[in-house]
Design a protein around this ligand. Structure first.
Ligand SMILES: C[S@@+](CC[C@H](N)C(=O)[O-])C[C@H]1O[C@@H](n2cnc3c(N)ncnc32)[C@H](O)[C@@H]1O
Length: 224
């Protein structure tokens, strides 16, 4: 499918899929959205709630690597020890990576090698980026995820239900529920009623939270 790197309203880049009229991030601001949904309401919330600095994270959709990179920056700032698995079946290519401006926009020039390494590293191995951050990129279809209680936090960042409804149904959230440890949480930018109902059906406790700029609501689901 044809992919195009474009700018969002906060100045950060994203990728646009013309055929589906779908973006990898909010067109109102990729970085803004990532911080609001996954860091503030996901990572920070879990660390506070569990009084822990050692989250095991599963990302659904490595994509541009933005979520992995900002999680890396947060681990540096807050002395976290992170194990990060990112699942992706259709990786971006090097031409696309060099057009992404996250290092500049985040003023993270000291970590530009980390961003490049995240993209250039091999799939399906544990990459020790530093002594307290391990990244495993998993080249895999979401539909085949079969982990059992190995994670504390899921960044559920699939394309929207409008274009991939099969990734937002009860079967998929059963996989996510199984992958989470007790009291583990899943955060997503989506807030659709059908998504919320699918989460409730598999046993999650679901909260609606204010969304990032340009979006009224988002969801956070907690494993009972
Ligand atoms: C919204 S984007 C992820 C954005 C990403 N989190 C980021 O920070 O850039 C959704 C991702 O899911 C991937 N994808 C779509 N369908 C998939 C599937 N069935 N299995 C695995 N990956 C899939 C796409 O290639 C895309 O990278």
């Amino acid at each position: 499918m044809k992919r195009e790197v474009i700018n969002t309203n906060d100045g950060s880049t994203t990728i646009y899929l013309e055929k589906w009229d779908e973006h990898y991030h909010s067109k109102h601001g990729a970085i803004q959205e990532a911080y609001h949904v996954f860091i503030k309401n996901g990572l920070e919330h879990w660390c506070d709630l569990m009084d822990s600095k050692n989250p095991r994270i599963l990302e659904i959709g490595f994509g541009t690597g933005l979520n992995a990179f900002i999680t890396y920056l947060e681990h540096c700032k807050n002395s976290l020890t992170v194990s990060y698995h990112a699942v992706e079946a259709y990786p971006v290519n090097q031409q696309e990576v060099i057009r992404l401006n996250y290092v500049q926009q985040l003023q993270a020039h000291d970590f530009s090698e980390v961003f490049n390494l995240m993209h250039q590293s091999e799939w399906d191995i544990d990459l020790q980026i530093d002594s307290s951050f391990t990244l495993r990129k998993r080249r895999q279809l979401f539909e085949t995820i079969d982990d059992g209680a190995d994670f504390d936090l899921i960044y559920f960042d699939a394309f929207g239900a409008r274009v991939q409804p099969e990734l937002w149904d009860v079967a998929m959230f059963k996989r996510m529920y199984k992958a989470l440890d007790n009291k583990g949480i899943l955060v997503t930018y989506a807030a659709k009623g059908s998504v919320r109902r699918a989460m409730l059906e598999v046993g999650f406790i679901v909260e609606k939270l204010p969304g990032p700029p340009g979006k009224r609501e988002m969801l956070r689901a907690v494993k009972k």
